[in-house]
Write a protein that binds this ligand. Structure first.
Ligand code: DQA
Length: 155
């Protein structure tokens, strides 16, 4: 059975009350419950981690790769824009990762436009609120199932 880990970075534990006009009213716990249900429907295992610390997220990526996780859904929070350590952890382990953002990072402040994580990810989902996570899960499961079937089909 495929196993996917969802990692959320700094300040995402505050979802629900954090700048709701930007990030919506849905709590992280609610997002995790939605993903748990969807993962069940896809027939994949899912686990969750949140930390406000770069090193803990780096360790979590290593640990995911070392314990047979097949893929990651990662919202690196502000680390998106400057954490070479997190980028390097994804590149070093080679674990297939989809980057996620609730807000549209391409329509906000200039500093948010750039993701140093995106180049080492399968893709990025940004701007769909909590639905960004569901879209990322759908895409990651599809890609991992195709890879497991040995297919080279695109799309
Ligand atoms: C975010 C966007 C980042 O720029 C910001 O620092 C966050 C949340 C998002 O989900 O929209 O913490 O990753």
């Amino acid at each position: 059975m495929l196993k996917i880990r969802v990692i959320n970075g700094p300040n995402l534990n505050l979802l629900g009350t954090r700048e709701p006009q930007v990030y919506g009213n849905t709590t992280l716990e609610s997002i995790e419950n939605i993903l748990r249900r969807e993962a069940g429907e896809y027939g994949v295992k899912i686990e969750f981690f949140q930390s406000n610390h770069e090193g803990a997220i780096t360790d979590c990526i290593h640990e995911a790769a070392n314990t047979g996780c097949d893929g990651l859904i990662l919202n690196p929070g502000a680390y998106t824009h400057y954490s070479y350590a997190i980028r390097d952890a994804i590149a070093a382990t080679g674990i297939p990762t989809v980057e996620v953002h609730l807000s549209n990072i391409h329509s906000r402040e200039d500093f948010r436009e750039k993701s140093v994580i995106a180049p080492v990810c399968l893709g990025q989902v940004s701007g769909l609120g909590a639905v960004s996570y569901s879209a990322a899960l759908f895409a990651l499961v599809k890609k991992l199932k195709e890879a497991r079937a040995g297919g080279s089909r695109e799309g």
